[in-house]
Design a protein around this ligand. Sequence first.
Ligand SMILES: [Mg+2]
Length: 368
Amino acid sequence: VRNYTSEGEVVSLACFTGKAYFIVKHEWKGYVMKINEIGEFGLIDRLKKDVLIRKYEGLIGIGDDCAVIKTTFGRYTLLTTDMLIEGVHFNREYMKPDEIGYKAMAVNLSDIAACGGIPKDALISLGVAEDVTVEYLEEIYRGIKESAEEFLVNIIGGDTTRSSSELIINVVIIGEVEDKPILRSGAKENDLICVTGYLGDSAAGMHLLTNNVLDPDDFSAIINKHLRPYPYVTVGRKIARLGTAHAMIDISDGLIADLKHVCKASRVGADIYTEKLPFSDSFEIYCEKYELDLLQMSLSGGEDYCLLLTLAESDYQLLKAELEAEHSKLFEIGRIVNGDEIRLLDGDGKEIDVDVRGWDHFGEIPQC
Ligand SMILES: [Mg+2]
């Protein structure tokens, strides 16, 4: 599926249609430095290199009791945090450490994007399991820094501590919004419901990584959507600048679960037109191949990290054109209605029943 040639132990080698695939259990055998050899502060010294992308006067990053930043006069500050725990949100066996780091940043950046904000600074805290080496953490940081560089985020602090068995990464992102943040609570009756990207790719990618890793077809697109989700920061800012979105949220828990948050906060209901849900080719091919329910995967899969927004019908074409001019997408998928229910409607407007379960952290035990 992917070429893991220089890392870990190759546990099997598969050849399909002339291509060779190395399937590797990531064990980082060549990397040996234990954290107690250099201590917490030695580790921090290694990790804190090149973490300030935007240097300016007065900025204090890692190394004092508090980080010091300048906020922009007249703007709102956004604060968000998300914790990723091994076995719940990621799995070291099928994710490379830089992918874990990149994803930890991306899920937080996505929350800033959902408010139409600009990410500025990050605090990174690590709970380090006994078997994690210094080099492994440096690789996690490589992914973190890659994302930070992409979105001009300074890493200004955090914490490192010992964890009894799992690896834990907690990220705080501080951002700001030029005008007013777009909240979940602004949806109005008759608004169109739109999303900025395809649905279900990440769920299908995870399904492949956990069930069908030896599949010979090229499903790298959906695998990448799961391993390296791309936060819609630029799109979120553009939407905020145009000022037409009434409510916005990022799709982290699944379309229905996240739409529920919007409906609840806005005290409205919603109709989703299932025929209009946008699917990528890879997603459709994968679901067909493994007889997976497209609707169930796309509605409850989660981790797509595209944005869901509502806006007046009269503003839809303009926003769509503005986003498409910058090679972004906007898909209309439903309408906000009176009431407090979410209905799924087929092409004939008939209500359909799908077993939809969004990501509930305190519900059934998730599988990674
Ligand atoms: Mg969110």
